[in-house]
Design a protein around this ligand. Sequence first.
Ligand SMILES: Cc1cc2nc3c(=O)[nH]c(=O)nc-3n(C[C@H](O)[C@H](O)[C@H](O)COP(=O)(O)OP(=O)(O)OC[C@H]3O[C@@H](n4cnc5c(N)ncnc54)[C@H](O)[C@@H]3O)c2cc1C
Length: 399
Amino acid sequence: MESLVDFAFDDSTQRLTEATREFIAEVILSVESDLVGDLHSISNAARLDLHHAAAVRGLLAPTAPLEWGGLGLDMRRQAPVLEEAGYSVVGPLAMNCAAPDEGNMHLLARVASAEQKERFLVPLVRGETRSCFAMTEPLPGAGSDPRALMTSAARVSGGWRINGRKWFITGAKTADFVICVARTKGSPGDAGGASMFLVPRDAPGMAITRNIETLDSAMLGGHSEVSFEDCFVPDDSVLGEVHEGFAAAQERLEPARLTHCMRWLGAARRARDIALGHSINREVFGSRLADLGMVQQMLADMEIEITASRTLVLRAAWELDVEGHAPQTTAITKVFVSEAVDRVIDRAVQICGAIGISNDLQLAQLYREVRPFRIYDGPSEAHRWVIAKRMVKSHRTLA
Ligand SMILES: Cc1cc2nc3c(=O)[nH]c(=O)nc-3n(C[C@H](O)[C@H](O)[C@H](O)COP(=O)(O)OP(=O)(O)OC[C@H]3O[C@@H](n4cnc5c(N)ncnc54)[C@H](O)[C@@H]3O)c2cc1C
C-alpha cells in the first residue's frame, strides 16, 4: 500500500469530535465516578439516561450506518470521535459505540437480511436493545484458534438445534440477543464449516450458567459463560451464509479491533493528562516531578506512543475505508496500540506514586481495563504469528 494517506478531517468531523469532547467533559465526567466501579451491572434505566443525554447532542451511534439510524461515519471519521468518547470508560457506552454492540452493528449492517436488520439492527442502533457475540469456548474449544470450534448446530425440521458452551461472552447477561457461532459442517480442527445464528435471549435451551469475575469492570453486563442445550432456532435465524461463519466473523473482527484501539487511545490520553497534571503539582527533593529527567522521559515516552498509536489507527482506518480489508495493518495496529496503551497507563501510575494505584484517581481503573485488550480480539502472539507468516509468504512470492 504505497498511495498517499490523507489524514485531514472535514468540518463536520471536526465539529462532531469537538461536540464529543464537550459531552464527555460536561456530562460524562461528572457522573463517571458514580458509575465506573460497577459498569458490569449498571441498570437499564441508567444506560437509557446516558443514551438520551448523547442523543440530544446528536452523538448517538456514531459508527452505525445512516440508513439504519446511526451517524454513518466511515472508519477514518470514527477515529477522532471514538478517541474522544474513550476519554471516559463511560463515554462509548453512553454514545452506543461500545463493544460488543458496536461490532455487532457493523456485522448486522454487512451481512443481515432486510428483515433481520429491521428486527435486530434498528433497535440496537437506537439503544433499545443490547447484544453479544459468542465465539470463544471453554477448553479445548475455540479461542485464538477458531478452527477448534466445538459448538454445533444440526439441521432439523424448520430450523437448527444448537448444542455447546461459550465463555467470556461480554454483555451476555444484559443482551436481548446473542450472535452465536456454531459448527454446521466438519469437525473441531477443520478450517471452515461455521455458521452464525441470531438467538433471542428467551430461546429455550440457552442459559447463562456463570458470570465470570474478571480484572476489568467497565463493560456492561460483564463476561459470562453461556450454554446451549438443544436450543432450537428457526431457519430465518441464520446470519449470513450457512458454513461461511468464519469469513463473516472476519468482517466483524477487523473493524472491531480498530474501534477498540480508538477508544483505548482516549483512555491512554486520559492517563497522560492525569500524570502530567500530577507531575507539575508534586514537588520532591526541591523540584517538580515534571522537571526531573527520569519523569520527563516517562512523559515523553507516553506522548510518543500516543502519537504513534493515533497515526497507525488512522492509517489502518484509511486502508479499511479505501480497500474494504486491511488484515495486516489492523493486526499490526492492534498489537502496537494494545501494548502501547498498557505502557502509557503503567507509566502514568508510576509517576503518580501511591495515589496512582488507589481509586482516588482513574488510573487504577484504567490499568485494570486495558490489560485484557492484549488478549481479546486476538492475543498479541497470535497476531505476531500471522503478521510474520504473511511476511514470509509475500517474500516467497517476490523471490
Ligand atoms: C475481557 C474479555 C472479553 C472477551 N469478550 C469476548 C466476547 O464477547 N466474545 C467472545 O467470543 N470471546 C470473548 N473473549 C475471549 C477472547 O476472544 C479470547 O480470550 C481470545 O480469543 C484468546 O483465546 P483464549 O482465551 O482461549 O486463549 P488461547 O487460545 O488458549 O491462547 C492462550 C495464549 O496462547 C498464546 N498464543 C495464542 N496463539 C498463539 C500463537 N499463534 N503463537 C504463540 N502464542 C500463541 C497467547 O499468549 C494467548 O494469550 C473475551 C476475552 C476477554 C479477556
